[in-house]
Design a protein around this ligand. Structure first.
Ligand SMILES: Cc1ncc(COP(=O)(O)O)c(C=O)c1O
Length: 275
């Protein structure tokens, strides 16, 4: 068994930190420890079932034999509905052709990294953040880690990102952030967008641009006075998106709605891979 040689990627993979932690906690609970498990945000369906209407629709779809492969990029009626939803709820104008549906956030994030990064490219991300270290590893990127501090609610700032921006290929941002639950203020996100726009304006023709991936998986989970902002709605980023230099990747949040809703990413080029 030991002489089975696998790829360099397989040999250097490390397990997901949060999944490992979740496993440890589950084991402690199994051994009888009294623990409130807040590790993985997957609620007990006997306490938090999916909405009845959705359950009925799913059962109904199976009864009607909707069991074949859907279109690789997502069925058109679904992408139409997502386009409308995104327009109504976020005032973001993406046509169905710019929307890619996947069964979870992970394949979409992986597509973004694969579509943009080549071996050795610089990927900037904050710690703590969710799984960027793994995605950067998948594409053999140079990891550029910005340690976010409690003073900034664990969200990276433009001032912290600026020293690393020269020559970087991808800036991976997330708001609300996992695991901190904290969000960008309008000004802080705007400052980062301006930094990206300025850097791209500086780059020469034929030079790879700095792309911004914006994971807003939890955008509907803000409460109280917190307002969620996304780069494309902020004026400078919209200009960038329109000139197709930044494919933003908001992810539809399933957790507020159900575990069975598809995830999607939106991007201006319509060129992201499907498989
Ligand atoms: C911020 C963030 N992005 C993406 C994902 C991936 O979502 P999925 O579990 O649907 O692959 C997660 C999952 O925990 C997450 O917390």
């Amino acid at each position: 068994m030991n002489d089975l040689k696998l790829s360099h990627l397989s040999a250097t993979l490390i397990g997901s930190e949060i999944v490992n932690l979740g496993g440890e906690i589950r084991e402690k609970i199994r051994m009888g420890e009294n623990i409130y498990n807040f590790t993985v945000g997957d609620f007990d369906p006997s306490i938090f079932p999916i909405p009845k209407e959705l359950e009925n629709e799913i059962v109904d779809a199976y009864r009607k034999h909707f069991t074949n492969y859907p279109a690789a990029e997502g069925n058109l009626d679904l992408r139409d509905a997502i386009s409308q939803f995104t327009k109504e709820r976020q005032q973001l104008d993406y046509s169905p052709g710019e929307i890619l549906v996947a069964s979870g956030g992970r394949p979409l994030i992986y597509s973004v990294f694969r579509a943009i990064c080549d071996k050795g490219d610089k990927v900037i991300y904050a710690v703590p953040s969710w799984n960027n270290n793994h995605y950067a590893h998948f594409v053999d990127a140079e990891h550029v880690v910005v340690e976010a501090s409690i003073d900034n609610h664990f969200m990276p700032t433009a001032a912290e990102i600026a020293p690393h921006i020269k020559g970087a290929t991808l800036l991976a941002l997330c708001s609300p952030q996992n695991p901190t639950g904290t969000t960008f203020t309008k000004k802080d996100l705007q400052d980062i967008c301006r930094l990206v726009v300025a850097e791209n304006a500086r780059r020469g023709a034929g030079e790879k641009k700095l792309y911004l991936m914006f994971d807003q998986m939890y955008w509907q989970l803000t409460y109280g006075s917190i307002v969620h902002y996304n780069p494309v709605s902020l004026e400078p980023a919209r200009r960038v998106a329109n000139s197709a230099t930044v494919p933003p990747s908001p992810f539809q949040n399933r957790r507020t709605q159900s575990r069975y809703l598809p995830f999607h990413s939106v991007h201006p080029t319509g060129k992201f891979p499907t498989w």
